[in-house]
Design a protein around this ligand. Structure first.
Ligand code: ADP
Ligand code: ZN
Ligand code: ZN
Length: 811
């Protein structure tokens, strides 16, 4: 007999597997999805190991295969083990990353009669048993649900079990089918004769219903119904206007079914590789050599180049090279960058050979794509962090674009993995090459590249000659000077002037404010001094209720001072202006300008990102006010001015990565201006103009930022020189919460001392940055050291704890 170690889909399984016997005749391999008995239930499991001996004395048998072919390759089985061990997540959570979408569906039970029933057994049946047997014989495959409906729950269950035991009926399990709804899209069509439309439109214009008129005119020129998305994009008209017109009976809405194909190749023309510039050529050649070397040894590149330096072109050519070698690739992009433009660029280079995995695909589409990927239909899989777990065979290359993005870390649920680390491990297991691309690499990534763990490839310049598309000039405005000059507005004189000029010239402006939750720090408005923790060097957070300042890393507390500790000024204030307030002040200062606000408050309730963007693109507003969303991935040629209202907000978050975060945000924001022929200007407003992150971002100078930052990291023993783990406990009682975290701290300290581990710091307990979330209080501990997963695996954590290894944010 052979045995299988199975990861079972049950919360009690945690990080362990269970031993099952393999019944003779069942061909089970590593990676197979199987049905297994578990207590009273039948559960799904994945076979992770085969062995001639069971790990325990008594084993039950595997019931059957869920799918005829293994779902996970051996390399991916190893990767799942690694994820569970490194991130301390339940094993099945790690395994589940690799399963086809919708795999964790309900289990359905079916019954049928045995092909050649034993006549003796048949003749000994009771009348009830006979009735059920005949029913099954007549109907064939019958679900337990249906039987229960016909016979009553109790009777159905006992009787079929008896039939199964006597060998007269067979029990089978199936996954509930995926509910695939046909995909329907709203279309608009004209309800009146096209010849009548201009007249009606003219009348509407007289009534000042301009949008309605525009819409009517547009539709009168279309031979067929037009998808609403297209109407909106081409006319800039919003939904309410269309609804009014429909209510008047002039146009009508229709729901039309469309084909489920994530990429529409209709408008995509195949593209050929571009002739590389000298810098691109040299980087590409190095990558190409590594791909050809192919000793099954993985290699990691950091491709560092400003936006527009031609990184994407290198990804495309490297992927083509991999395909030539008979292999395939995966390209990760941040979700926000997964726009039609990006997809089109990949799709036009590899027509019909690109799979897109997108959270916006329906479950049916996701499942179809997964199947087709597994069947080797695609050269390239593109998607957000989860695309890393696609069953792409013959993996030769993994690309991670914008590698510094925090969305590559799964923070909200287990496993709390970082796609970066997982990609490196997957590459190591498959021999694939990794390209990490960025204009502003993560400080840790750059450090590894400097040390030689990764190979650094640089693209110093934009492909389009610098004179034609220079990086925009950045002006840094010292807000302390504004105050001295008597200007108390949130807009400096410089920014007010620049906005006025731009709006009067018919150009567009983006105002950026990175406001987060209750992010309130204390700053002297005269000298710019920010109160920081003496031990952790992070900004202290103001707690309204108790009116004290607290360090959110170590729980150091102090009273709110009356005067500035540095310059003794009394102008020491809480800072934290939200986007709403900003909108108000802006309309006050510039009554003639049309404003549009873009933040999560707006997108949650009223309009989609797309709607807001298309409004701005079609110039229905002069000023776009937004949070970090505006910083990413947008190409808005009409924008000539970007104003950062407070460059300090993210700088003073209580997190050691605040400087890095600020540099990256400001660099991205600054890159938004000057995309069009009109050129661009950027203004940063700050109370800390001398801060290295702000100065470096203003000069587009990554190197000088990095040197300073890495120095601080070294001095303060922060990553990449150490490793961090964030342990959070939540409970409805604040006191209990605090007590449990203190207990855990003592437990961990004792374990550390018992093992004589020298390089392990415990920081906290401290309240979490968001101390109370959905009615639960949260306290946290930070561990700083090395090999933290191994250390923490020795400890049992009760319910209520979450463990985040290598957290991207301590907030
Ligand atoms: P990045 O990914 O670094 O932002 P891209 O690869 O998108 O840079 O290149 C920026 C622009 O330059 C794109 O429009 C691209 O088509 C173009 N481009 C890239 N490489 C070349 C090249 N070798 N010759 C001509 N144009 C190029
Ligand atoms: Zn001061
Ligand atoms: Zn502290």
């Amino acid at each position: 007999m052979r045995y299988a170690e199975v990861s079972v889909n049950s919360p009690v399984a945690q990080r362990r597997t269970f031993s099952y016997a393999i019944p003779s005749g069942l061909d089970v391999e590593v990676g197979h999805a199987v049905w297994v008995p578990f207590g009273e239930k039948v559960l799904q499991g994945i076979v992770l190991e085969l062995s001639p001996y069971p790990a325990v004395e008594e084993t039950r048998e595997i019931i059957g295969l869920i799918e005829p072919h293994p779902i996970l390759s051996p390399a991916r089985v190893k990767l799942a083990h690694w994820i569970s061990e490194y991130y301390l997540s339940p094993l099945f959570d790690a395994v589940a990353l690799f399963l086809p979408p919708g795999f964790e569906r309900k289990v359905l039970t079916f019954f049928s009669t045995t092909p050649n029933p034993d006549t003796d057994a048949l003749s000994s049946l009771s009348p009830v048993q006979k009735e059920v047997f005949e029913l099954l014989r007549k109907q064939g495959n019958t679900s337990s649900k249906e039987l229960e409906k016909k016979l009553g729950k109790k009777k159905a269950q006992t009787t079929v079990s008896q039939l199964v035991r006597r060998g007269l009926a067979l029990r089978k399990y199936e996954l509930e089918p995926i509910k695939i709804k046909p995909k329907k899209v709203p279309y608009l069509s004209l309800n009146v004769a096209a010849s009548q439309a201009p007249e009606i439109a003219a009348e509407l214009r007289k009534q000042r219903a301009i949008k309605q008129a525009t819409l009517l005119e547009f539709l009168s020129q279309q031979p067929k119904p037009v998808p609403w998305a297209e109407v909106r994009q081409k006319t800039g008209v919003d939904k309410p206007a269309a609804d009014v017109l429909a209510r008047k009976g002039l146009i009508s809405w229709q729901e039309i079914e469309v084909k489920r194909e994530p990429i529409s190749y209709q408008d995509i023309t195949p593209s050929s590789p571009l002739k590389l510039t000298a810098a691109q050529e040299s980087a590409f050649k190095t990558i190409k050599d590594a791909l050809h070397e192919g000793k099954g040894r993985s290699k990691v590149f950091l491709l560092h180049g400003v936006t527009g330096s031609g990184k994407t072109e290198i990804y495309l050519q490297a992927l083509a090279e991999v395909v030539k070698l008979g292999k395939r690739g995966i390209a990760l992009v941040p979700e926000i960058a997964l726009t039609p433009q990006t997809i089109e660029r990949f799709a036009s280079r590899f027509p019909h050979r690109v799979a897109v995995l997108h959270s916006q695909l329906s479950p049916g589409e996701q499942f179809d794509e997964w199947r087709r990927i597994k069947d080797s239909e695609f050269d390239v899989v593109i998607g957000p962090r989860s695309a890393l777990f696609a069953p792409q065979p013959d993996l030769g290359l993994i690309v991670i674009d914008e590698e510094q993005e925090w969305t590559y870390k799964q923070e909200d649920k287990s496993p709390r993995y970082h796609a970066h680390a997982v990609a490196l491990k997957l590459a190591e297991l498959t021999g694939a090459v990794v390209i990490l691309g960025s204009a502003t690499p993560d400080v840790a990534t750059y450090y590894h590249a400097q040390k030689g763990d990764y190979q650094l490839l640089q693209l110093p310049e934009r492909v389009v000659p610098v004179e034609k598309s220079p990086l925009p000039q950045v002006e840094v405005v010292d807000m302390r000077e504004e105050l001295k000059a008597g200007n108390r507005s949130i807009f400096s004189r410089s920014l007010t002037q620049a906005i006025t000029r731009a709006v009067n010239n018919g150009e567009q402006v983006i105002l950026f404010l990175n406001r987060r939750g209750g992010a309130t720090f204390i700053q002297c408005r005269r000298c710019g001094f920010v109160l920081r923790c003496r031990r952790c060097d992070v900004a202290l957070t103001h707690h309204f209720a108790e009116d004290i300042l607290v360090c959110h890393q170590c729980n150091y507390k102090m009273a709110v001072p009356q005067t500035c500790p540095r310059c003794s000024s009394r102008q020491i204030k809480f800072l934290g202006t939200g986007t709403q307030k900003l909108e108000q002040e802006a309309s006050f200062a510039l009554p003639q300008a049309r404003m549009l606000r873009w933040d999560s408050d707006v997108t949650k309730r009223r309009e989609s990102h797309e709607e807001i963007l298309s409004k701005f693109r079609t110039h229905q507003a002069d000023i776009l006010i937004g949070t970090q969303m505006v910083a990413k991935g947008l190409d808005l040629p009409g924008v000539t001015l970007v104003g950062v209202v407070s460059a300090d907000t993210s700088l003073n978050l209580p997190d050691f990565r605040a400087g890095e975060r600020t540099f990256q945000l400001l660099s991205q924001v600054a890159g938004r201006a000057g995309r069009g022929p009109l050129g661009g200007q950027v203004i940063f407003q700050t109370f800390s103009p001398e801060h290295y992150a702000i100065r470096a971002a203003a000069k587009h100078d990554y190197a000088s930022f990095y040197e300073k930052e890495i120095d601080y990291r070294r001095q303060l023993h922060n990553p990449p020189f150490t490793q961090l783990a964030l342990l959070t406990y939540s409970h409805t009682s604040d006191a209990l919460c605090q007590k449990e975290v203190a207990r855990m701290r003592d437990r961990l300290t004792a374990e550390r001392d018992a093992r004589g581990i020298a390089d392990l710091d415990l920081i906290g307990p401290a309240p979490a940055f968001i101390h109370r979330l959905r009615g639960r209080f949260r306290w946290q501990l930070i561990l700083r050291g090395s090999q933290l997963s191994a250390f923490l695996s020795l400890i049992t954590f009760p319910q209520g704890w979450t463990i985040d290894i290598d957290p991207v944010s301590l907030l």
